[in-house]
Design a protein around this ligand. Sequence first.
Ligand SMILES: CC(C)(COP(=O)(O)OP(=O)(O)OC[C@H]1O[C@@H](n2cnc3c(N)ncnc32)[C@H](O)[C@@H]1OP(=O)(O)O)[C@@H](O)C(=O)NCCC(=O)NCCS
Length: 359
Amino acid sequence: MFQKGLKNIVAVQTHIASVDGDSGTLQYRGVPVAQAIHSRSFEELAFFMWEGRFLARDELEQFTGQFNYHRELPEHIQQLIRLLPAELPLMDGLRTTISAYSTDIFNRLPGREQAIALTAAMPAIIASLYRQKHGLRPIPSNTDLGHTANFLWLLTGILPKQVHIDALGTYLKLTMEHGMNASTFAARVTISTESDLTAAVTSALGTMKGPLHGGAPSGVIDLLEEIAVPDHIRSVVLNKLQQGAKIMGFGHRIYRTADPRSVLLREKCLELQAHDPWLDLAVQAEEEITELLAEHKPGRQLHTNVEFYAAAVMRAIQLPPELFTPVFSAARSVGWCAHALEQLEDNVIFRPQSEYIGS
Ligand SMILES: CC(C)(COP(=O)(O)OP(=O)(O)OC[C@H]1O[C@@H](n2cnc3c(N)ncnc32)[C@H](O)[C@@H]1OP(=O)(O)O)[C@@H](O)C(=O)NCCC(=O)NCCS
């Protein structure tokens, strides 16, 4: 049987996350996402995703210590970053740098420490690439800060405000895993050949770059900037629909109701910046565009996806659009590694069939 885009085909059985598109629910290892992320750091939640249990109190220090250790980039990675041209898009730089990432722990079979190393290195790589692109020197990690706060520190060199750490932390935790999305599937396909974890994450990064997956939040900013004032929402969106264009930040392959991550991020945005005109525009645009899509695409159930409010959070914490997809990747690294390791527990190489329809 052929199904374009493998739509509705179950390609994998997993214990990591369940995404119910009809009820709009997301669970991480059986725990509703709102509950799983509440009062937990990025590192604690990553451990849960990789190991299927929460850290015991006496394990926390050692685990976060491993994260801190792997924030320091190996010398050959720092050299490689310095060689990359400033005009290279950040996602290309990130994919190239991760593909070269190795240390002695990568001489073994894929395991949790490699997952920590790749996930912990990603913010440092992104920040170094970003700063180099803008003529700034890389900043060493701040050992007093956790993963999320240190990410902001590495980018800006300024001690971040707690509200900004919370907002970015919410985004990173909400997007670290989401079932069989395209990039996670790419990671599983790669590791299923018994390739290595670095190769699996590199494949995932190449897949994440596309605008139909990880590239959407900057498209949302473009859309809202084009709209500019609430009075233009209708005309801008109708014009796009008439040209057959997709409205960025709306629609989802799985969710047929509001994306639960978008709902939680919307709450965080409203907490962050009451009465911010740009945020008010986003809230009003969500309402009007949902109505327009219902009118022009009846029965398709098109609502905001996580990218819509992700764009708003990033904008509120003053991260520029060029960082959106790299930051999303830094979060999703947790899910990619979790799935790659799960694939190896009971591996069969992915090798679907193609149907020849040529002459
Ligand atoms: C995410 C996405 C790729 C899911 O695609 P999908 O499940 O394959 O859904 P389809 O592309 O088959 O869409 C079904 C119908 O809804 C329409 N549709 C879906 N998303 C739409 C959008 N954002 N704007 C306008 N129409 C949309 C399609 O044109 C199609 O209409 P048709 O039946 O008249 O051909 C798609 O909704 C999209 O491109 N959204 C915009 C990009 C985006 O926000 N990506 C981030 C995802 S987290």
